[in-house]
Design a protein around this ligand. Sequence first.
Ligand code: MIC
Ligand code: SF4
Length: 642
Amino acid sequence: MGLNLAQKIIKEHLVTGEMVSGSEISIKIDQTLTQDSTGTMAYLQFEAIGIPRVKTKKSVAYIDHNTIQAGFENADDHKYIQTVASKHGVYFSRPGNGICHQVQLERFGVPGMTLLGSDSHTPTGGGIGMLAIGAGGLDVAVAMGGGPYYLTMPKVCKVNLKGKLKPWSSAKDIILEVLRVMSVKGGVGKIIEYAGEGIKSLTVPERATITNMGAELGATTSIFPSDELTKEFLKAQGRESDWVELQPDADATYDEEIEINLDLLEPLAAKPHSPDNVEKVKDIGKIKVDQVAIGSCTNSSFMDMMKVAKILKGKTVHPDVSLVIAPGSKQVFTMIAENGALADMVAAGARILESACGPCIGMGQSPKTDAVSLRTFNRNFEGRSGTKSAKVYLLSPEVAVVSAITGVLTDPREYGEAPQVEMPSEFVTQDNMVLDPAPEGVDVEVVRGPNIKPFPLNKALTEKLEGKALIKVGDNITTDHIMPSNAKLLPFRSNVPYLAEYCLTPCDADFPKRAKENGGGFIIGGSNYGQGSSREHAALAPLQLGVKGVIVKSFARIHMANLINSGIIPMTFVNEEDYDQIDMGDEIVIEDATKQIKSRSNVIIKNVTKNKEIPVSVTLSDRQVEIILAGGLLNYTRKQSQ
Ligand code: MIC
Ligand code: SF4
């Protein structure tokens, strides 16, 4: 039987397990990436594992998130990452060089290779035919040390693209349409594989916009074939020799299939506060706009910037709109500076930001109270912009920039002719902001600032677990709720005790205090708990507060893995209605925890307050059971190497 593309790459990299969806497999990782807001933790953990030099084909440490430097903390973390990377054989992409996913795609991604990144949007690499997966920092640390990456073999869902995009429709509209159809939990446990005649007219950066936002589907990853267009892109990057052709077998089979007709796609927008709350721009209507932000790892390519510049040329941003633009990388920045496009943006009144995540993660440019902010980004969770009352819409660069001129949300088809942008035959490739690691054997002093605090370590599982239900939350709780990130908190990503004071506070300001007063306990949640980021801080902060288990209707993939890695038990209700059987403050007891978790049958938790027994399932592989028993992956790894 023929293989699809995802299966082909997995087969090539399979270390353990069988490629049967739902069973645990492990794969060899060729490349890793970290960024600074998850990177400090990942390298602290790498150091704790104690392997002297990375064993991957290429590992890169990026600085792109924490670039505001309003205090010493960010700069300290940058120096720590620079020195620890150099010492252990990791390339270092300096602040200013660009957003990790954009730079990785341009300079390092290789079709057919595996990439594990400590950022949920690592699947951007799928645009070039990589199997690129986001994971917690500890999983990336293990992969840097040469360990395989464990995951549940996903189902593979084919998205068949028919036809060709009409003028003013764009790659962003394709992924927004997929989100509309599948929802933010529709991709959990799946790889999304794109196919069909429609892909032939999508360039690599457009494909990367689509695979990037596969993270918003909850998918394990998304992937495009590697074809002539991929070759052209790599050639223009001076890396033709990295190209290999990759296609699914003609008789490949898929677990699911959906079809999207590009001819029929109209400009779309995801309305507040969820990336799947998608509607046609024309149906939303001409709402007044306060801010437009263009950039992020989703839409900051050279092609995106050129479209924006062409539309802005000779125009002026509407007086009531603040337009900010962050080109995705130094390469993009250099090219638009050299060809004059940057001048057109500046002349029109755009505020140009450095090549970094910036407003996407609330690092500056928070909009005004109650603002409508149109963004080309990938997440519009409530409060993520730094302004709780702001209403963020996700949409294409075309819609964003036309609306910045008109001052109202505008369907660009009524605006005039769509700009034509050609893929350049040669990109400016100068990697002078990527530092090589020190040669093996050369000693490098690792510089640690005072903001770098030890991370919490769990203890081996005890027989009886007891504690209160410390909080009860609803569906689709994001990691931005569990461990908020903004300009005030991001500088503390290497200081978990400090961050823990803000854990789950967007849901309940008293949670940290209550957790501490009760000596820890349990979190109760709805479905798709932990969607969004790969930040393991969303597990480490609860651990710091003594959380022993999380009981929900269902989990998002990366967050569940992070809980296991921290030794916190992830439990799902066997009967979803049992969610109603626990209220905040109820006393929960799990007897014979070790035996129950090992038994493979449902675990019985007792709600002592309501005198009820509730079955929950703890779906763990044998290895994950051992990790929970040991009190987390680091303890487990250390035990293994003794
Ligand atoms: C995000 O987009 O939420 C982030 C910030 O890039 C995170 C990583 C982090 O929390 O540091 C992600 O997507 O994984
Ligand atoms: Fe950075 Fe935003 Fe992309 Fe996350 S989603 S990596 S914060 S640009």
